[in-house]
Design a protein around this ligand. Structure first.
Ligand SMILES: [Zn+2]
Length: 145
């Protein structure tokens, strides 16, 4: 299926803005200014407001299948421990559990991360989600806030 981005490039559409994001924003009564370009990458990501729920559900389904398969294939002598068989977790939810707090405090882990973190390019579509406070993008992204 040709995307709005492609159709705009070949002169068949006026705007490359994502049509699914537009419909979603219009249904919420929000501005349609600054829509992301409708590319295959965009509509297959959770960054697309129109498909975010579907893409996220697909991700969780695939993750659950992979995780269950890895757990089922685990050898009895394996030292791997599957800690989130019940659900997917992020660092923030893991560090609410006593067994992780025994490893180190959340604050100690944060200090270690600051030392070892390799700068990662901020993803523009994630900016609003994680950049709650100035300079908080990577910390919030890591903790899944
Ligand atoms: Zn979109």
């Amino acid at each position: 299926m040709p995307t709005a981005s492609f159709l705009t490039k070949i002169g068949k559409m006026q705007s490359a803005g994502c049509r699914l994001c537009r419909i979603t924003r219009e249904s919420r009564g929000e501005s349609t200014d600054g829509l992301a370009d409708e590319t295959h990458g965009h509509i297959n990501s959770a960054g697309c407001e129109g498909l975010a729920t579907t893409v996220t559900a697909a991700h969780h389904s695939i993750w659950r299948h992979l995780y269950d398969s890895m757990h089922a294939a685990q050898k009895p002598k394996s030292k791997l421990k599957f800690v989130t068989l019940d659900k997917e977790s992020n660092m923030n939810t893991l560090w609410r559990r006593e067994e992780f707090l025994r490893i180190c405090s959340k604050e100690d882990l944060k200090d270690i991360l600051v030392e070892v973190t390799i700068p990662v390019k901020k993803i523009e579509s994630q900016e609003a989600r994680y950049n709650l406070y100035p300079g908080s993008f990577f910390v919030n992204r890591f903790w899944g806030r």
